[in-house]
Every structure is written in structure tokens, then in C-alpha cells.
Design a binder for this molecule. Structure first.
Ligand code: ATP
Ligand code: MG
Length: 668
């Protein structure tokens, strides 16, 4: 079996492991994802049915990359490949959950046309509920809609009582326990009346279905093998679902690294991976990997040193044979603007030296942190794609279009309805609310909507036409045409937005159905690009910009990390509890271990961070992240970069001169 020969002994052991439950736990870049891909390929090569394999990981992009890897390996193995599409059950927990719920909707009392709310829609609905219960007006200090949603979401995903969640994670909201309980009850009832599910419901409903023994065995029997990558970032509900599907663990493989667990803030728990072996009897097989194939020795040594400061850790340090004399760089800057300029200088210098843009990435803690860099890249004409940024879907016009599509699918979806009806001239929140109230309980809400055209509203018949049950994708085209005049009325820069909507229509047309399109888009939006008005840059060379969270599992020759300062990594927005700080350390570890050959950490000194004091918040200048204390500096090449006033800037080794002063000096 030629395709197994490239693997090391441990990887091969995992690939050929029999049918019992299996855990592969190992550090970054040790070939975990590679191993899971080979295991699937091996299953296929030995006769497994691709339609009976369930493969899940943290993003749709990661899932399709995994499927492509399997495709390549089977091609080598058998001279003939399985098309990646043959793996019909490859996706995220949420995406697969949505599919299962829709397919079984009638049996489990769900409206098969349910629409899915993204986080922002959910926050809007939560807000609506707060208003209805009078919680926002009378109680000035009542938690914001976003906080309410976080609390609700944590209760659901961590599978913990509200009181415990408040005590442990939101102590400043504990006094509102009774009101929150009432609010959440109301929120759940509203979702059910409107036929909408939020992200959490996709897991919650799936878990509840699995609790029904008849369903559990039916679902469990759909797949001979269930394999999960990045298992350290799953939550209680997800492990509950898995164990419900495969109670004896037969055919179950999970893979992950506890040192890379970075989704605790969304109730993921590293206990899932640590407790996995003992969940079965006899316990699951455990394979650990200790050789890193990704990074050079100096990069790995620096990353190991950062994670060595962690309190608790299962996976051990890795070793590598990739020698190099180049240490990772830690560069301090006067300001963020200087950091942006120097990062772009280096990216371009790397390109001069033969490294494509695509082999490089810039990573950051929070999406908004890349704004200065984006400006600089645009100014210097460097194309980029931003992962984990929601620019595209966040824009009002795209949200409008999607709301119309959602409203067409499910006219009871109140958040979508509000948005759509208020696009019509002459309809404000009051009359929109009345219309939505009237269709709420009607058996045929679309017909009801048709019947109740408010007086004086000229746009009504056209809207009804756009909402009619046209064939997919005819409907997208109709809706876009309907929306087009509104675009000119609402937005000044209508031309740019029009290009976005055309792009949206293209994405929609490629999707087999409206449900599928809306589900995929809501759960895993497309990446933002720097192209004119978001035109995809398919074959072009472009730089990757990504949040650290979205960079998980990936690798680049050269990696830059923005703002490695205290207050940013670790972030100053959390509660400052030890568990949160430890998660931030792992985040830095994830960022550093994405690099193969070259790593640069940026430390802008003029970077305002918030410091909590007894008198309230105070803004102070930043300092280097606490995760790189003084004794770790020897692992880095430390330098300070100062810009000359001219753009372009000298290289760091050049002296800094003030031309202006010299020129003035010429005159005495
Ligand atoms: P992460 O923790 O970041 O998800 P990982 O453990 O999943 O990393 P992979 O992405 O599978 O690691 O592999 C890292 C790199 O090492 C890839 O470039 C992969 O091709 C390479 N690699 C893995 N195993 C081997 C091997 N046996 N021989 C050569 N290269 C390998
Ligand atoms: Mg991986």
C-alpha cells in the first residue's frame, strides 16, 4: 500500500486502527489532519462506502479541504480517485445538524421550511423579546442583547444550569437571574412560533433527537464511520451527540490537541478530548504523535516555550528535523501604522525572494485589528482575502437580500419580516409589526400576506411577486430585480453594492436549493476579498488575512502576527479569569505554530489598551504580551523598527535620518 509508506509508524498505526473507538491526540503540525485524511482514504481503499462516512470539523472550508486531501490520497492509492463530492457527509456539526433536522423535520415536529438565524439575527430577536417584556426600558442596567445572547448560548452549549453559568462566567449579571429566565423562555417561544432556529438550536435539537433511542439507532446506523478533526473545540452538546450516535464507540475516531483549545468562550471544553478514552469500555485506543513536520526548529522551540508556561497540558513537546538558522522575529514599532507599513514591506520582500502571496498570512486577535493593514495593502495594491471577516454578509444590502429570501421561505420569521417590510416606502416599524402579527397564526402565511396589503403602499404587489414560489434560482433573480430600485433609494454608493448583489446571485445559483444556500451562507459565510466590490480573486495571487481563530489547522511559509501586546493577546475584553487568560496563551500558540519557515510577531508600542482600575477603565500604552516574558526573548531575533517620514521606509538596519532637518540646516 504505497500511500501508507510516507506515514511514520504512529500515524500508520492510527490509519490502520480497527473499528474500535480511537483518539489521536498530539501537538500542532504533527500530522493529525493528514492522518485522519489517510484513515478515510484507507477506509475507502478497503471497501467502505463513502456515503456511509461522516466527517466533521470546525469549518466548511476545512471540511472541503479535508475531502480534497482524501481525494488526492485515494488517487495515489488506487490510481483512481474518489471525487471529494462522494463524501456526502463532510461538513461542520452545525451544517450536518441542519441537514438532519430538515430531513426529519416532520417526524420531530419542526416546520421543514425553518429558517436559521445567524448571531446578529438572534441578537435582534433577543432584543425584540427584551422590549416585549419591558426589560430594556425599566431596567437601565439590564444586560445588553449581546450579553443576553451569550448567556443563553452558554447555558445551551455547556449544558449547565443558568445559575451556574451566571455565577462562573457572568457574575455581574447574576442579580438578573429571574428576569433572564423569563426572557429566555420568551425567546424560545418566539423562535418556535416563528419557525426559526438559531445556531445553538441546531445542536440542541440534534442532541434531543439523539436522546430518543429509536432515532439514535436510526441515525447511528446511517454511518459506519464517524471521524472528527479539531475535537478539542467541541462542547458538551457535541460530545453528547457523538456518544448518542455511537454509544459503543465502534467506528468512532476523534482527533485533536488540547494545547490548541481556543473556543472555551463558546462553551467548548477540553474535557471532551481528555475524557474520551474512558467513555468506553474497554477504553478507546489512544495514539499520540510527537514529530512536527511543519515548522523549523527555532519556530517550534519558541512556540513550545510559550505553551510551556501553561498550567495544564496533556500533549507533550514536539521535535522536528527541519533545521534553520533563522529565528522568529519580534519587532517593536512606534505605532500600528508603522507595523502595517513594515509588514507590507516584508510581505513584498518575501515575494521578491520567490514566496508567493498565498504562501504568506497575517493573523490577528480580532477582525477589526487588521483595518490599518487593509488600508496599507490597498494603498500599495497588494490583493488580499480576509478569512473570518464578515464584511460581505454584514453589509446592509446583502442582509436585505438575504432577509427577502428568508422571508420567502418562512414568512413567520419576524426578524426577516421586519427588515423586508420596512424597505417598502410608507411602512414603518408599527405597521410592519401589525402585518407580521396578523400572519403569525395563519395557516398559509404567504397567502395572508397577499391579502392584507396596507393602504397606500404601492410597492406591495411587486413584493408579493418577488416572494412567490418561483423555481430556484429564478427566485434570486426576481428578488434582486425587486430590490434594485430600493438600492438606489437607500444607498448613495449603489453601484458598488449592486456588484455585491450580483456576486451573491452567482453564489446562490451554484447552490442546489434555497434551503441549502441559506443554510450554508448563514453557517459559514464567504470570505471577504479586497477585489473591486468583493469580486472573487480565484486564480490570482493574494495574501491571506485571518483571525487566529479562523487560521486553525492551516499553515503558511511565512506568518505575521499583529499586535502581540498585553491587552490584545491576552485580550482586555474578558473577565481576566485564569481560564480565560490560559485560553489566550493557547491562541498565541496556535498563531505561532501556523508558520513553516518564517515568523514575525509585531509589537506596536503606541497601542491603546483598556486597563481596569478601581475607578473604572483607563486607557494606557501597550507592552509586549505577557506570554513572551523576558527570559523567552532569547528565542527571538528582537528588533525595533522605526520609520523615516518618507513612505516605503528604510530597512531596519539603516540609520534613521531627518532629511527635513538637514535641508533646513543648509540655510544656517
Ligand atoms: P494542526 O494541529 O495545526 O491542525 P496537524 O497535526 O493537523 O496540525 P497536518 O496539518 O496534518 O498537522 O500536517 C502538518 C504538515 O506536516 C503538513 O504540511 C503535512 O503535509 C506534513 N506531514 C504530516 N505528516 C507527514 C509525514 N509523515 N511525512 C511528511 N510530512 C508530513
Ligand atoms: Mg489539523
Amino acid at each position: 500500500m504505497g500511500y501508507l509508506e510516507k506515514l511514520n509508524d504512529r500515524q500508520r498505526q492510527a490509519v490502520e486502527f480497527g473499528n474500535g473507538p480511537l483518539l489521536v491526540i498530539a501537538g500542532a503540525g504533527s500530522g493529525k489532519t493528514n492522518t485522519i485524511a489517510h484513515r478515510v482514504a484507507h477506509l475507502l481503499a478497503t471497501g467502505s462506502d463513502p456515503r456511509r462516512i461522516l466527517l466533521m470539523t470546525f469549518s466548511r472550508r476545512a471540511a472541503s479541504e479535508l475531502a480534497r486531501r482524501v481525494e488526492r490520497i485515494t488517487m495515489q492509492a488506487m490510481g483512481q480517485g474518489f471525487a471529494a463530492e462522494a463524501l456526502t457527509w463532510a461538513g461542520t456539526f452545525h451544517g450536518i445538524g441542519a441537514r438532519i433536522l430538515r430531513e426529519h423535520a416532520l417526524q420531530i415536529g419542526l416546520n421543514p421550511d425553518f429558517t436559521i438565524h445567524d448571531r446578529e439575527d438572534s441578537a435582534d430577536l433577543m432584543n425584540l423579546c427584551r422590549h416585549e417584556l419591558g426589560l430594556s426600558r425599566t431596567e437601565a442596567r439590564f444586560p445588553t442583547k449581546g450579553t443576553c445572547l451569550s448567556i443563553y448560548s452558554t447555558v445551551v452549549n455547556a449544558d449547565e444550569p443558568l445559575a451556574d453559568v451566571l455565577r462562573d462566567r457572568f457574575p455581574w449579571c447574576a442579580q438578573w437571574e429571574a428576569e433572564l429566565r423569563r426572557l429566555f423562555g420568551h425567546y424560545v417561544a418566539a423562535k418556535q412560533a416563528q419557525g426559526v432556529l438559531d445556531y445553538d438550536d441546531l445542536l440542541l435539537a440534534w442532541a434531543q433527537v439523539v436522546d430518543e433511542p429509536a432515532f439514535a439507532s436510526h441515525l447511528g446506523a446511517m454511518w459506519d464511520h464517524v471521524l472528527i478533526d479539531e475535537y478539542q473545540d467541541t462542547n458538551r452538546l457535541q460530545s453528547h451527540i457523538l456518544l448518542g450516535l455511537k454509544p459503543d464507540g465502534q467506528g468512532l475516531t476523534v482527533v485533536g490537541d488540547d494545547a490548541q483549545s481556543i473556543y472555551g468562550f463558546r462553551a467548548a471544553t477540553v474535557r471532551n478530548i481528555l475524557d474520551f478514552p474512558e467513555a468506553f469500555s474497554p477504553p478507546a485506543g489512544v495514539v499520540t504523535l510527537d514529530r512536527n513536520y511543519r515548522s523549523t526548529q527555532p519556530i517550534l522551540a519558541a512556540a513550545n516555550a510559550v505553551i510551556a508556561g501553561a498550567r495544564e497540558r496533556f500533549t507533550k513537546d514536539l521535535w522536528t528535523e527541519r533545521e534553520s538558522v533563522e529565528r522568529p522575529r519580534l519587532v517593536t514599532y512606534g505605532s500600528e501604522a508603522e507595523q502595517a507599513r513594515h509588514f507590507v514591506d516584508q510581505v513584498l520582500a518575501n515575494r521578491e525572494a520567490g514566496m508567493t502571496l498565498r504562501q504568506q498570512a497575517v493573523l490577528f486577535r480580532t477582525s477589526s485589528h487588521s483595518s490599518q493593514l487593509e488600508v496599507e495593502l490597498t494603498r500599495r495594491n497588494v490583493p488580499f482575502v480576509k478569512f473570518g471577516g464578515l464584511k460581505f454578509l454584514d453589509s446592509a444590502h446583502v442582509k436585505d437580500m438575504l432577509a427577502v429570501l428568508r422571508f420567502a421561505q418562512n414568512p413567520r420569521d419576524r426578524v426577516a419580516g421586519f427588515r423586508v417590510l420596512q424597505l417598502l416606502p410608507g411602512i414603518g416599524p408599527g405597521s410592519a409589526g401589525k402585518v407580521l402579527d396578523r400572519i403569525q397564526s395563519d395557516r398559509d402565511p404567504l397567502q395572508a400576506l397577499r391579502d392584507i396589503a396596507p393602504p397606500r403602499c404601492t410597492g406591495w404587489p411587486d413584493l408579493m411577486d418577488a416572494l412567490a414560489p418561483w423555481n430556484w434560482p429564478e427566485q434570486v433573480a426576481r428578488i434582486r430585480c425587486w430590490y434594485d430600485p430600493h438600492l438606489d433609494r437607500i444607498h448613495e454608493d449603489a453601484e458598488f453594492r449592486r456588484a455585491d448583489l450580483l456576486q451573491l446571485e452567482q453564489i446562490a445559483t451554484a447552490s442546489p436549493s434555497r434551503e441549502r444556500f441559506l443554510t450554508d451562507l448563514t453557517l459559514d459565510p464567504p470570505d471577504a476579498t479586497s477585489g473591486p466590490a468583493g469580486v472573487p480573486l480565484k486564480d490570482e495571487d493574494y495574501l491571506i488575512l485571518s483571525t487566529i481563530h479562523s487560521s486553525k489547522g492551516q499553515e503558511w511559509k511565512s506568518v505575521f502576527v499583529l499586535n502581540v501586546v498585553d491587552g490584545c493577546i491576552p485580550s482586555d475584553l474578558g473577565t481576566g479569569q485564569t481560564a480565560e487568560i490560559e485560553e489566550e496563551r493557547r491562541l498565541l500558540y496556535v498563531a505561532m505554530t501556523r508558520a513553516k519557515d518564517r515568523l514575525t510577531l509585531g509589537v506596536p508600542l503606541k497601542f491603546y489598551v483598556t486597563q481596569q482600575t478601581r475607578r473604572g477603565d483607563r486607557h494606557v500604552y501597550a507592552a509586549r504580551s505577557r506570554f513572551i516574558p523576558r527570559d523567552l526573548l532569547e528565542r527571538f531575533e528582537v528588533m525595533h523598527w522605526s520609520a523615516a517620514p518618507v513612505t516605503g521606509g528604510p530597512s531596519p538596519t539603516m540609520p534613521v535620518i531627518d532629511i527635513g532637518q538637514r535641508m533646513r540646516g543648509m540655510w544656517g
